[in-house]
Ligand binder design. Structure first.
Ligand SMILES: [Zn+2]
Length: 496
C-alpha cells in the first residue's frame, strides 16, 4: 500500500487527506506552483521566513481539519470522541505549554497509528485503540504526539520545509488518486513529485523523537498513567512487525530508530517505582463500542460471543456491553436487554452504560420508557453529548419540535459551540415553520465548522424568507455582516 511518508513521522491515512490534497494537486498540475496551493492552504507568509507562528500553524491545521471532517473515515461518534478528548486533555493538562489548545479526533482505520497535525489537532486511528492492551499504552502514544506539538517540532519542521512539504504531499496524493483511473496519469504525477520535491526529508529528527519520548514519559507519569505503557506498546508493535513482515503497523514503518528508542525509554523507566494502574471502565467500554460499531453487526456479535466463551477479554463487563451494542444493531432487542442487565450488575453507574440503556429502551418500542430514561440520564450526566443528541433526535422523530428545541437550547450554554446542536436546533425550527430562526441556526452550524461561505448563504436565505420581527431581522443582519467579514478574510488568505 502507498503511504504518505512525508507528512509526518507517523502517516496520515491517504484517503483522509485526499480531498484536501486533490485541490493542491490540481494547482500543481496546472503549473501554478506555488501560488495555487494557496487555494486550499492558508497563507504561510514569506517562505524564506525562519519561523512559523502559532497562529499560522493553527490556520494550517484548521484547513486540513475542514477536509478531514468531511471525509467518511472521520469517526465522529460522540461517545468515543468525548472519551478521547477527556483522556487527551488529562495528558495535555500536565504539559508545560499551557497556551496550546488541543483537539483529539478518531479516524476509522484499522492501521495502528496516531498523528499530530499543525495547530494541536491529534488524530488517533481506531486500529490503535483496539490494538492497545491498556489505557496507559494508548496514553503513551498520545503523550508522544502531544509532545511533538508542545516542543514545537511541527512548527520547526514546517518552517524549514514549507515549500517541499506542500509539493511532495500534493504529488503523492495525486499518485494515489490517479492510479485508480489511469496509470499513465499516476506516472506523470509521480514524475512531478520527484521534480518538485527532491529529497523532502519531513520525518522528525532523531532528537525530536527522543525529546517527544522523554517529555511524553513525564506527561504519562504526572497524569497518573503507567509510563511503562509507552515501552510495552512499542514492543508489542515490534513483535507484530516480525510476525507480519509485509503488513507492519504503519506507526512503526515510519518511525525511525525503533530499537534505540525502546532502549532509551527503558533506561528512563528504570528509576521509576513500579505502580499498578487500573484502566478506567470508560476505556474498556469505548473500545468495545468502537468494535461493535465498526465491524459488521454479525461479525461483532460473533467476536464478543467468542471473547466471552473463551474468556479472552480485558474486561468481562465490556465484552457483555459490546455484545449488547452489537445485538441492538442486529435488532435482537431481547438479547441486548439481557446483556445490558449483566453489564449494569458488573460496573458502577456511568454515562456510557446509561446511554445504552436509553437506546435499548427506545428500540424496545415504549416511547414513554425511553423519554423517562433520557430525562433522568441527562439530569445525571448533563455534559454527556450523546444523550442530548439522542434525545433531541427522538423528540424530533416523535414530532415534538417544541420539546426538542427546549432541550437543545438548554444544553447549548453547557456544551458550548457545538455544530451538531445547532443542526438539531435548525431542524426543530424547520418543523415549527420558522425559517429565519432555522437558517440562522444552520448558519451557526456551518460557522462552527469554518464553512463561512455556506453560513453566509444560510443567513441570506433566512433574511429573504419574510419571517421574523424587526429585532430578529436586525440581529440576523448584524451576524451576516460579521460572517461576511470572516468569509472574506478566509478567501483573502487563500488568495495571498
Ligand atoms: Zn514521533
Amino acid at each position: 500500500m502507498f503511504e504518505l511518508r512525508p507528512i509526518y513521522h507517523s502517516t496520515v491515512s491517504a484517503r483522509v487527506l485526499s480531498r484536501f490534497l486533490l485541490r493542491l494537486l490540481l494547482g500543481a498540475l496546472l503549473g501554478l506552483v506555488p501560488r495555487a496551493f494557496g487555494q486550499a492552504l492558508p497563507d504561510l507568509g514569506d517562505i524564506s521566513q525562519a519561523t512559523i507562528t502559532p497562529l499560522q500553524e493553527k490556520r494550517l491545521g484548521e484547513s486540513i481539519m475542514r477536509e478531514i471532517r468531511s471525509d467518511r473515515s472521520y469517526y465522529d461518534e460522540p461517545e468515543a470522541t468525548d472519551y478521547l478528548n477527556q483522556f487527551g486533555q488529562r495528558l495535555a493538562a500536565h504539559s508545560p505549554e499551557t497556551h496550546q489548545e488541543f483537539e483529539f479526533f478518531l479516524i476509522r482505520d484499522p492501521q495502528i497509528n496516531a498523528f499530530a497535525l499543525p495547530g494541536g489537532f491529534i488524530g488517533v486511528n481506531t486500529g490503535l485503540l483496539l490494538a492497545a492492551q491498556s489505557e496507559s499504552e494508548v496514553a503513551g502514544v498520545v503523550a508522544h504526539e502531544i509532545s511533538h506539538v508542545t516542543q514545537r517540532h511541527i512548527a520547526r519542521m514546517l518552517a524549514q520545509q514549507k515549500q517541499a512539504l506542500v509539493t511532495s504531499i500534493a504529488s503523492i496524493a495525486a499518485a494515489i488518486l490517479l492510479s485508480r483511473v489511469s496509470s499513465e496519469a499516476a506516472q506523470a504525477a509521480l514524475a512531478f513529485g520527484q521534480a518538485g520535491a527532491v529529497q523532502a526529508q519531513l520525518n522528525f529528527t532523531r532528537d525530536n523523537e527522543r525529546e517527544a519520548d522523554r517529555v511524553g514519559l513525564q506527561l504519562l507519569e504526572q497524569s497518573g498513567f503507567d509510563p511503562r505503557g509507552m515501552a510495552t506498546f512499542f514492543e508489542r508493535l515490534q513483535r507484530a512487525t516480525r510476525v507480519y513482515e509485509t503488513a507492519a503497523p504503519s506507526y512503526l514503518r515510519t518511525h525511525p530508530l525503533t530499537y534505540e528508542r525502546i532502549a532509551d525509554i527503558q533506561s528512563r523507566l528504570q528509576d521509576l517505582p513500579y505502580r499498578q494502574i487500573t484502566d478506567s471502565i470508560e476505556f474498556q467500554l469505548i473500545r468495545a463500542k468502537v468494535r461493535a460499531d465498526l465491524d459488521s453487526p454479525r461479525e461483532a456479535v460473533a467476536f464478543f460471543e467468542a471473547s466471552l466463551a473463551e474468556r479472552k477479554f480485558l474486561s468481562e463487563a465490556a465484552s457483555h456491553y459490546g455484545l449488547a451494542v452489537s445485538s441492538l444493531r442486529t435488532n435482537d432487542i431481547a438479547r441486548a436487554k439481557k446483556e445490558l442487565a449483566t453489564v449494569v450488575a458488573l460496573v458502577p453507574a456511568n454515562a456510557v452504560v446509561q446511554t445504552l440503556s436509553c437506546r435499548v429502551a427506545l428500540a424496545g418500542g415504549a416511547a414513554g420508557d425511553a423519554d423517562k430514561c433520557y430525562r433522568e440520564a441527562i439530569r445525571a450526566y448533563p455534559r454527556y453529548r450523546a444523550l442530548v443528541y439522542d434525545y433531541a433526535e427522538e423528540l424530533l422523530q416523535e414530532r415534538q419540535p417544541d420539546a426538542a428545541l427546549k432541550l437543545v437550547e438548554g444544553r447549548q450554554q453547557v456544551l458550548g459551540a457545538d455544530a451538531r446542536l445547532y443542526e438539531l436546533q435548525a431542524r426543530a425550527y424547520a418543523a415549527l415553520n420558522r425559517p429565519l430562526a432555522q437558517h440562522r441556526a444552520q448558519a451557526e452550524a456551518y460557522a462552527r465548522q469554518g464553512r463561512y461561505t455556506a453560513a453566509v448563504e444560510q443567513l441570506q436565505i433566512g433574511l429573504k424568507s419574510g419571517d421574523g420581527d424587526f429585532y430578529q431581522l436586525s440581529v440576523a443582519e448584524a451576524r451576516l455582516r460579521e460572517l461576511r467579514r470572516l468569509d472574506q478574510e478566509a478567501r483573502k488568505e487563500a488568495k495571498r
